[in-house]
Ligand binder design. Sequence first.
Ligand code: NI
Length: 274
Amino acid sequence: MHLTPGFLVKIMIFDTHAHYDDEKYNEDREEVLLSLAGKNVGRVVNIGASFEGAIASAELAKKYDFVYAAVGIHPDDVGVLNEDVMARISALADEEKTVAIGEIGLDYHWLVESRETQKYWFERQMELAVEKDLPIIIHSRDACEDTMELMKKAHEKYGDKHKGIVHCFSYSAEIAKEYVKMGFYIGVGGVATFKNGKKLKEVIAAVPLEKIVLETDCPYLAPEPFRGQRNSSDLIKYVVPVVAGIKGVTEEEVERITWDNACKVYGLADQKGA
Ligand code: NI
């Protein structure tokens, strides 16, 4: 069954990173998703983090025309990975509406899995993305150096086939520029509206708008004035003016350019609807 939003408007927001499979939407998932089109959200990529999340992402993409899927295993969850699970992720990657491998990477904040285990599966999943000709969605927390090292290694090995988004970017402007040089996009979300979001604002200033994509990471990271509450894709409208202000462009330009960026990185036709 395909559920299409009621109407489409001209300039729309592309949420490049959402987790609508999260249990926080168990009560009203369909209602939230179907309300997005009327709130100026045109496309959403639902990102798998766990294996179950990857399956759920593919299912959401099947059910809703405007939802696409990313499949992959988050560094906190790589303990579940083995050759069998990799084969199943690989099969999910072949589905028509799977547009990326992610989110994958390194998280040394909680260290749920050892650094070595995380690095091994990060590299394996990068390899899978190249094999499938899909971009990757990077999650990197408190692991700046090791992430950069593995990314540079992959870039040397795979060249332009190594592509994607560094999601919820939390490092310095200098590091952001390094990723942009490698052809990667920088994911910007609610943190840009936070009082302590100074570092991200410097990143937005330092990288071209043509290399920025908008994201929620919902249900997490709701922008001000909703910080701490459940997030959803329409709340990106609170991030847009921050980016517009820093870049000295209109909000419409931010929406249009980030929409185009998202379509480009995910390999989607640039169709804006009406
Ligand atoms: Ni996420």
